[in-house]
Design a protein around this ligand. Structure first.
Ligand code: FES
Length: 193
């Protein structure tokens, strides 16, 4: 199998050699894989990438994608193609808390733009940027399926709805105090296995 992962990031063989899931993450991956017939193992890629992203700092480096490819016995380019297609996978380092503010119709009508501006001012970053302390990255997102409670944002597995400036203040403060990586797998990985 080729060890090349296509993308803009440099592939580091030494880093790749150090990458390995923790026991709990590997157990999770094995459970995920067991849900698919051996000849369809590639179908496990999306959930395995979620575990990998949570496990390795909130993003998927070329080395991580190569590692995932080796586990699923597929080509690294196949992992990259999927990881680069879906916005929930990060191909560069992010803050511990990625704030995804929905900007689609209902949220927009209910003031999402003002919420984005408020967060930008409060954290002193623009959309797409990460705070200097590596705590927060601000992103915008398309409809997250919570239109009835607009405006809202997602951070990892948590939804924050009916946002007000006060709610934003509180959630940022809580995340700072908690000071941990928030991932999409927060609800079903590590805490429950
Ligand atoms: S428009 Fe924001 S959740 Fe649907």
């Amino acid at each position: 199998m080729s060890s090349q992962v296509h993308g803009t990031q440099h592939f580091d063989k030494a880093k790749r050699a150090q990458i390995a899931f923790s026991e709990i993450a590997m157990n999770t991956v094995q459970v995920i894989i067991s849900h698919y017939p051996p000849e369809k193992i590639k179908s496990a890629l999306l959930p395995v990438l979620h575990v990998a992203q949570a496990e390795f700092g909130g993003w998927l480096s070329p080395e991580t994608m190569d590692y995932v490819a080796s586990i699923l016995k597929i080509k690294p380019i196949e992992v990259f193609e999927v990881a680069s297609f879906y916005t929930m996978y990060n191909l560069k380092p992010m803050g511990k808390c990625v704030l995804e503010v929905c900007q689609t119709s209902s949220c927009w009508l209910m003031g999402a733009e003002d919420i984005v501006k408020y967060i930008e001012k409060k954290l002193n970053i623009k959309v797409g940027e990460t705070t200097k302390d590596g705590m927060f990255t601000l992103k915008t997102a398309e409809c997250l399926g919570s239109c009835g409670t607009a405006p809202m944002l997602q951070c990892g597995a948590s939804y924050h709805e009916n946002l007000t400036y006060e709610k934003v203040d509180n959630l940022l403060e809580n995340y700072k105090t908690e000071n941990r990586l928030r991932s999409y797998t927060d609800l079903d990985y590590k805490n429950t296995l």
